[in-house]
Design a protein around this ligand. Structure first.
Ligand code: PEP
Length: 247
C-alpha cells in the first residue's frame, strides 16, 4: 500500500510569498514521487492561493464542525472543499492542549469531515513519557470515534503522535520504531475490541526526519508519517518523499 506523508506546517511561514515557494517545491517532490500519497496542510489564509498552484495535495490543519452560521472566527469544511482540500488534521496536540479541545469536540469534527467526504487525520497519543499509553489511547479513541460506523472509522486516518516526541516539545526526541509499532498495535487492538473493526495501517508523527523516516515507515503496519518541523525545510522534505518512494 502507498505510504502517506502528511506535512503539517502549523503557524508557518509568515508570508504568502514564502508559502508559495515552499509549496511549489514540495508539490514538485510530490509529483516526482506519485507512489507516495503526499498531503500538505498549510495555514488557512494561504490555501486559496496555493490551490492555484496545485489543488490535489491540499489538507487543512483544523475545521469547525458546523457548515455555516454564527461561529465567529471559525472555518467550515465546505469552505475548504471549494479549494480542493481533501484531508484535515483533527485532534492535533496543539489543539488539544494549547487551545483546550476536548475529545467530544474532536468527535464532532471527525463526523463533520466524514459527512463532507473529506478524510480526517486523527492524531492521538500520550502527553508525557510517564503517561499510561494504553489508557490514554483507549480514552481518546473511544470518545473521538464514538458513534461512527465501521465503514466510517475505516475512512479515518489515525496517526500515533506522542506529544513528548514532537520536535517543538521540551527535550523532544523521536519515539523508537519498536515502541511506535507497539503503540500502533495497541491502537489496532483497541479499535478491534471497541468497534469490531480490523483497522489498517496507522501513521506515526513525532520528530520524523530524513535520517529516521525509513526506520519508522518500513513496517507494513505503519502507513506513513506526519511531519512538522522537517516539512518547513523544503530540501529535507523533498528528500523524505524520495526515500519513502523507495521503501
Ligand atoms: C506535528 O506537530 O504534527 C509533528 C509531527 O511535528 P514534528 O515533526 O516537528 O515533530
Amino acid at each position: 500500500m502507498d505510504k502517506k506523508i502528511i506535512a503539517n506546517w502549523k503557524m508557518n511561514p509568515q508570508t504568502l510569498e514564502e508559502a508559495k515557494e515552499l509549496f511549489s517545491a514540495e508539490i514538485a517532490g510530490a509529483l516526482a514521487h506519485p507512489n507516495v500519497n503526499t498531503v500538505i496542510c498549510p495555514p488557512f489564509v494561504f490555501i486559496e492561493e496555493l490551490a492555484k498552484i496545485d489543488n490535489k495535495h491540499l489538507g487543512a490543519q483544523d475545521i469547525f464542525w458546523e457548515e455555516r452560521g454564527a461561529f465567529t472566527g471559525e472555518i467550515s469544511i465546505e469552505m475548504l472543499k471549494n479549494f480542493g482540500v481533501a484531508h484535515v488534521l483533527i485532534g492535533h496536540s496543539d489543539r488539544r492542549y494549547v487551545v483546550g479541545e476536548s475529545d467530544e469536540v474532536i468527535n464532532k469534527k471527525i463526523k463533520a469531515a466524514i459527512r463532507a467526504d473529506v478524510a480526517p487525520i486523527l492524531l492521538v497519543g500520550e502527553r508525557s513519557r510517564e503517561d499510561d499509553k494504553g489508557k490514554v489511547l483507549e480514552q481518546q479513541l473511544s470518545v473521538d470515534l464514538a458513534g461512527l460506523s465501521k465503514e466510517e472509522i475505516s475512512k479515518v486516518l489515525i496517526a500515533y503522535e506522542p506529544v513528548w516526541a514532537i520536535s517543538t516539545s521540551d527535550n523532544a526526541e523521536a519515539d523508537t520504531p519498536k515502541k511506535t509499532l507497539e503503540a500502533v498495535r495497541m491502537i489496532k487492538k483497541i479499535i478491534s475490541e471497541k468497534f469490531q473493526l480490523d483497522y489498517g495501517p496507522v501513521l506515526y508523527g513525532g520528530s520524523v526526519n530524513e535520517n529516521n523516516v525509513v526506520d519508522f515507515l518500513k513496517h507494513e503496519d505503519v502507513g506513513g508519517g506526519v511531519i512538522g518541523g522537517a516539512s518547513l525545510r523544503k530540501e529535507e522534505f523533498m528528500h523524505i518523499l524520495k526515500i519513502v518512494s523507495e521503501i
